[in-house]
Structures are given as structure tokens and as C-alpha cells.
Design a binder for this molecule. Sequence first.
Ligand SMILES: [Fe+2]
Length: 189
Amino acid sequence: MAIVRIPADEAVISDAGAVTAFLADHHIDYEHWTPDHPVGAEATPEMVLAAYAREIEPLMARGGYRTADVIDVRPETPNLEAMLAKFSREHWHDEDEVRFIIEGRGLFHVHPQEGPVFAIEVEAGDLIRVPKGTHHWFDLCADRRIRAIRLFQDQSGWTPHYTDTGIDQAFQPVCFGPSYLSARSVHQA
Ligand SMILES: [Fe+2]
């Protein structure tokens, strides 16, 4: 399940219903899916898309998304740092950013028009739709691993437009991961 953090408020939201409600307030759709058929590490993009066809096809019809693909990023991916640098600065797109995480983790920061910046840490099973025009940036977690389905209306609309505010520099791209939640539970017990 995704975790939301609001650094300015020193707040963490980890309850699924509360995460969904908080993101809905910011016009971000969030769902957690379980695949028809779990996909292994060796699964091809076609196998991944087939496993989630039942969920993806209605979502594509509803959002007007015309294409789907699978990105697969690992620490050994060539030019990884250059690729990540394109998305770790505050930007927006002319179309929605829709991601369903198959494996690994990632960290979106969202800068709403009103209210403080918040971070959404996503993991396997998380579907997120960040509407077009939303100011945001994205980082991988320390393990540099993510595999995700991407949906597009028109891939050319997904070119990042940079704000060049530099606000992204004020936020550490640090993921908490499941260990944070278990440590917190112990602390609260
Ligand atoms: Fe983006």
C-alpha cells in the first residue's frame, strides 16, 4: 500500500482508506490491485499486460488512454541516472501520468496549487493517476528498482514541462519502505 508523507506537517498517512481520501482531495486517483495471475520476474511486457487486462482495459476506456507499455528499471539499466534526472525536477505534463507498479518502489512528490508539498511512496499493486497539469517530480528509492505499467493518451503529450522553481531541491528523495511502518508499530505498542 502507498504511504503519504506531508513534511511541512510532519504527518504520515498509511491507512489505505485515509491515503485514498487524501489523494482524492488532490484529484489523484489511487487504487490497489491484485493481478489475475501473479507475474514473475521473467514475465515479458506482453505477459504483464495480459495479467492485468481485466483491470487495465476498463481504465483505458474510462480515461481515453490509447496505449499501454511496461517500463523495467534496474540499478544496471544503462544511463539510469540521466534518465532519472529528467523526472526528479519539478514538472508537469499535458496528459495524465498513470502508473501501476508491478515490482519495486518509487516516490512521487506533488506540489499542489494550495497546501504543502506531499510525497507518495508507491509499491507493487499500487495504481496512481496524477492528472495532467499537476506539478510533481519522481524519484526511485535506494534500491533503484521499479517495474510498472504506463498508460498514455498520446505519448508525445507526456514530455515534461519544467517549472524550474528548484523546490524539488528542498525535499529528500528518501523512501521509508515497509520497515518504517513496522518500526513505527513497535514504537507505538
Ligand atoms: Fe511526470
